[in-house]
Design a protein around this ligand. Structure first.
Ligand code: NAD
Length: 496
């Protein structure tokens, strides 16, 4: 198939052209088209949800024993591993992340399927303490059709985090990937089918979120939405869900503080702060984008950090040595540039970066260099809003109380980092920071076995962890009557 031929999309097990408009996806490093496809239409949404519902009701997937569902998930993990290099290269083209990073994302997707297969086959339903003449139990049931709506920054890993627990829980899934990065979700659906997932249980609907994601969220047969993306979209989905009384999980934006105390191990802190903000070119919800440094350490620390940031290798995502690839699109780079200009207008100073890179590949792709702003107050817009690019704002602090007040002063509360040799101090500070995840002497480390999610405008609910599967299941209580006598209230005697 040539690039110009439209790719089929997956509508409840049928692979065909979408009914929506034809569009191309682009390689952010060069701006060249990677694939053409026809977006899904509203009729396709209807067909996907109806087909998913039919598959949920008739395929027997929900009734399979947990270890039988797990076997299919283990096969999906194995197929992802078999095709890891092709998937990583496709992901690189899909969103321009460096190949070293896309390999890690693919490996994490395989790990996610393996983990939820294990969670599925070891999930315990409980007999609750008896408080009457009955045996009481708590069990879990699948929900039906689940919608998984994902952003463009980490395809396959984001999708796996939703699809694996949803399938493990016995549901059907309709994925709405970001319009500009649909390729990995399509490939994942093929692997699910190849692994023996019954037809119809997975669909992929590329196209505009405001049309398709909205319709999917409103659909009466969709029983849960798991969303990762921007806070504004998340709130819109939450409103629709409230009207339907439908559970949702929302993984949203962030403006995470990363804190360097006077006693930090500076080698670790410099490496961790750099990785926290500049890996993925800052296009990460958990990017450590607000840096707080103890005032006594501020100048020497910033000098080291800036020198190291200037050495980061920005360039061709296909090069194994590249640390930062391009941003996702020309429009997104312009938004990052507007934030930097705003920071300067707010009185900030550039310590590093802030100018487009020139020459060679930099003229074609949407590259932006590591950028550090300082001289700003935490209340200012660039310190409060998510930039989602390689822009760090650095602020000195005087006392721990002053630090905590500023670090917690944000609508977002997704993550935070602390660098200190004093574990007792780090513990106390870590408990007082308001964030879904706090990293101490490390940053941006992930484990599928550990729950993840945000507070406040950073989200609702938790993904991952063994109990992540329960997000996709309804809890049910069962009571088994054990009294040989009829219930006393009615006055009916036994044997009469
Ligand atoms: P986005 O909110 O624009 O889009 C996310 C998804 O929602 C896309 O698939 C999009 O098509 C869809 N969508 C858009 N409008 C919709 C609507 N009205 N109804 C239903 N769906 C709709 O976000 P983005 O620009 O793709 O991603 C970047 C954002 O994602 C950042 O804010 C980032 O912080 C956040 N993010 C959060 C996490 C997390 O785990 N907390 C992880 C990655 C990214």
């Amino acid at each position: 198939m040539t690039v110009e031929q439209s790719l089929p999309i997956c509508i409840a097990g049928t692979w065909r052209l979408g009914g929506g408009e034809r569009y191309a996806t682009h390689y952010p490093a060069t701006g060249e088209p990677v694939a053409w496809l026809n977006a899904a239409s509203l009729d396709d949404v209807e067909a996907a949800v109806q087909g998913a519902h039919q598959a949920f009701v008739h395929s027997g997937w929900a009734q399979r024993k947990p270890h039988e569902r797990a076997a299919v998930l283990y096969r999906i993990a194995a197929l992802i591993r078999e095709q890891a290099e092709e998937l990583a290269q496709l992901q690189r083209q899909d969103n321009g992340k460096p190949i070293s990073e896309t390999r890690a994302l693919v490996a994490s997707a395989a790990g996610t399927f393996q983990f939820f297969a294990a969670a599925c086959e070891t999930l315990e339903e409980t007999i609750t303490p008896s408080r009457g003449d009955f045996v009481s139990m708590s069990v879990y049931e699948p929900m039906g059709v689940v919608a998984a709506i994902t952003p463009w920054n980490s395809p396959i890993a984001s999708e796996a985090q939703k699809v694996a627990p949803a399938l493990a829980g016995g549901n059907a899934v309709v994925i709405k990937p970001a319009e500009i990065t649909p390729l990995l979700a399509l490939q994942l659906a093929r692997l699910c089918e190849q692994a023996g997932l019954p037809k119809g249980l997975i669909s992929v609907l590329p196209g505009k979120g405001s049309l398709l994601g909205d319709a999917l969220t409103r659909h009466p047969l969709v029983k849960r939405v798991s969303f990762t993306g921007g806070t504004r979209t998340g709130k819109h989905i939450a409103h629709i869900a409230a009207d339907k009384m439908m559970p949702v999980s929302l993984e949203l934006g962030g403006k995470s503080p990363t804190i360097v105390l006077e006693d930090a191990d500076l080698d670790h802190a410099v490496a961790g702060v750099l990785y926290g903000i500049f890996s993925s070119s800052g296009e990460a919800c958990i990017a450590g984008s607000r840096l707080f440094v103890a005032r006594s350490l501020y100048e020497p620390f910033m000098a080291r950090l800036t020198a190291a940031a200037a050495q980061l290798r920005v360039g061709d995502p296909a090069d194994e040595q590249t640390q930062m690839g391009p941003l996702i699109s020309a429009g997104h780079r312009e938004s990052v540039e507007r934030y930097v200009a705003l920071g300067l207008a707010e009185g900030g100073r550039l310590r590093l970066g802030g100018e487009r890179l020139r020459g060679g590949l930099f003229e074609q792709g949407y590259f932006y260099p590591p950028t550090i702003l300082e001289g700003l107050g935490n209340h200012q817009q660039v310190c409060q809003e998510e930039i989602f690019g390689p822009v760090l704002v650095a602020l000195p602090f005087d006392t721990e109380e002053d630090l905590l007040e500023q670090a917690n002063d944000s609508l977002y509360a997704l993550a935070a980092g602390i660098w200190s040799r004093d574990y007792k101090r780090a513990w106390a500070l870590g408990r007082r920071l308001q964030a879904g995840t706090v990293w101490i002497n490390t940053y941006k480390q992930f484990s599928i076995s550990t729950p993840f999610g945000g507070w406040r405008d950073s989200g609702l609910g938790r993904e991952k962890g063994r109990l992540g599967i329960l997000q996709y299941m309804e809890q049910k209580s069962l009571y088994w009557g054990m009294n040989p006598q009829p219930l006393a209230w009615a006055g009916v005697e036994a044997g009469q």
